[in-house]
Design a protein around this ligand. Sequence first.
Ligand code: HEM
Length: 227
Amino acid sequence: MSRVSPATRVRGVRRGARDQRWPRVLWWVVLLVGLAPALWLAGRTAGAFGGLGVNPIETLVRDSGTYTIILLLAALAVTPLRRLTGLAPILRLRRMLGLLAFGYATAHFLIWLGVDLFFDWQLIIEDLTTRPFVMAGFAAWVILLLLAATSTRAAMTLLKRNWTRLHRLVYLAGILGVVHIVWLTRADYREVTLYALALATLLGMRLFWALRTPRKARGEPARNGAG
Ligand code: HEM
């Protein structure tokens, strides 16, 4: 016979339901916070909240780029945060934050293509082949596109262990994103220094943990063939 009283069992069930509810609530809160800048920018484009200022195109490109790097860094922060806090459910935020970063990067890219360069393909190709900061940004966007296209469960099943290897490219996208911003910054490096420091910290943490964990425990074959 069970020694657990019915009241204790009911409390346990309630606690279980609460434990399952908070990750879902957090997911929705983070999604709404992640979408808020898009709504804010759309509202300003429509003339609300004081509009886009004296140089609307510059504001659109700059702000969409800023939201891209912030969300990309947020996506990169999920795994270290999970490791530091032990809260496994927050891993569910990673895919959503990555897709939001891709969404903002695509908006940034389209604003550049359509609003800044009026889809003038000659100018676009010239920019893409002669301006290194545009090349770096474009390369970051192509990586994010690849990762977004393979972010489904079906792609995960199909690619098996290669999926994890492929999705490590998100670090390269982060590096290229920061390089892009460093390259185009002409004065006041304070903001980009913050991005670079955040990225270096996140990458440093991942590298530190990767070096401390034996290859076998990470599910990778040992390089000397010893198992
Ligand atoms: C992960 C991808 C990307 C990130 C994180 C990113 C980030 C940014 C940020 C933060 C800015 C504003 C910098 C500032 O003025 O303070 C910016 C500007 C800009 N980005 Fe991106 N970007 C990305 C991809 C791209 C792509 C794909 C293109 C086009 C191919 C692009 C073209 C530009 C241009 C033309 C500017 C304006 C440069 C200027 O002010 O003269 N970016 N980007």
